[in-house]
Write a protein that binds this ligand. Structure first.
Ligand SMILES: O=C(O)CCC(=O)C(=O)O
Ligand SMILES: [Fe+2]
Length: 180
C-alpha cells in the first residue's frame, strides 16, 4: 500500500538526514569475493536490535533526533511496533539494490516494513519468489510511504534497479521490528 504526502517539508528533512546520518559504503561477500555495495547505508535502532543483512552483522547506531521522531510518528500512525531503521542513500541512478526479500529470521514470521522515500523518484520493482523476471513496478515519489504488509516478504522479492537518467540522490528509510 502506498501513501503519499506524509512528510510536511521533505526537502528540509532530506537535507537534515543527508547531513546527520553516518553514511557508509559497506561490503558484501559473494562467492568468496568482497564487493562494495552500490549505495551508502546506515543502521539505527534500539541498542538490542542487532541484525544480519547481506551476510554482515549490523549493530545499530543510537537514534538521531530526526530518525527517532520519524519512528515515533510512524509507529503512532500505523500502530506497528518499530525498533530500528535501515537508511539507504542512492547517490544517483547508478546506485541500486538487487532482488531480495526482507525475510531474515530476526524479522519474525510475517514482518511488516514501512519504507519512507525522500528525494529522487525511483522505481521499486517486484517479482514473485521463484520468478526470474520483474512482474511490476511502483514509482516511489518524494515523501511517499510504502507499507510492506504481512505476507509480502514470504511471497515476493523486491529490488531498486539502476536508472541511468536519474542524476539526483534519494534517501530511503525502512523502519522495521527486529526481534531481540
Ligand atoms: O530503497 C528502497 O526503496 C528499497 C530498500 C529495501 O528494499 C531495503 O532496505 O531492504
Ligand atoms: Fe528490502
Amino acid at each position: 500500500m502506498l501513501y503519499s504526502a506524509c512528510v510536511a517539508d521533505s526537502p528540509a528533512l532530506f537535507h537534515q538526514l543527508l547531513n546527520s546520518i553516518l553514511w557508509q559504503q559497506g561490503y558484501v561477500t559473494l562467492y568468496g569475493k568482497r564487493h562494495l555495495i552500490p549505495r551508502l547505508q546506515a543502521w539505527y535502532g534500539d541498542p538490542d536490535a542487532g541484525y544480519r543483512y547481506s551476510g554482515e552483522t549490523l549493530t545499530p547506531l543510537p537514534w538521531t533526533a530526526e530518525l527517532k521522531q520519524l519512528k515515533d510518528e510512524l509507529q503512532t500512525m500505523t500502530g506497528l511496533p518499530l525498533n530500528s531503521v535501515l537508511a539507504n542513500l542512492y547517490r544517483n541512478g547508478q546506485d541500486k539494490m538487487g532482488w531480495h526479500a526482507d525475510d531474515e529470521t530476526e524479522l519474525g514470521e510475517q514482518p511488516q516494513i514501512l519504507s519512507l522515500s525522500l528525494g529522487a523518484c525511483r522505481d521499486f520493482a517486484l517479482r514473485p519468489k521463484g520468478a526470474s523476471r520483474q512482474h511490476s513496478q511502483v514509482a516511489l515519489t518524494d515523501g511517499s510511504l510504502l507499507w510492506m504488509k504481512a505476507g509480502m516478504q514470504s511471497r515476493w522479492q523486491h529490488a531498486l534497479p539502476a536508472r541511468a537518467r536519474v542524476t539526483t540522490p534519494r534517501i530511503n528509510l525502512t523502519f522495521r521490528l527486529v526481534n531481540q
